[in-house]
Design a protein. Structure first.
Length: 72
């Protein structure tokens, strides 16, 4: 449960919430072009953060495996 609450405070989660709010508001104002532009920009930013998270987790597991192999 604690991890889920901490995940809500992560940078990626805040960006997703902000993207939904900004894009939704622009659609509400019928600014379709601006809404599409903000969707594209936020999508690239969010994808970048997910890729970085993936590589960070992968790097951590590689370190753990290397350390455990040295101990044998």
């Amino acid at each position: 449960m604690k991890e889920r609450f901490l995940n809500l405070c992560s940078c990626t989660s805040l960006e997703i919430i902000t993207a939904i709010g900004v894009t939704g508001y622009l659609f509400y104002l019928e600014e379709i072009v601006l809404a599409m532009i903000s969707t594209i920009i936020f999508a690239k930013l969010i994808a970048f953060h997910f890729i970085m998270e993936y590589f960070d987790k992968r790097q951590k597991t590689n370190r753990i495996v290397k350390i455990s192999k040295k101990g044998l």
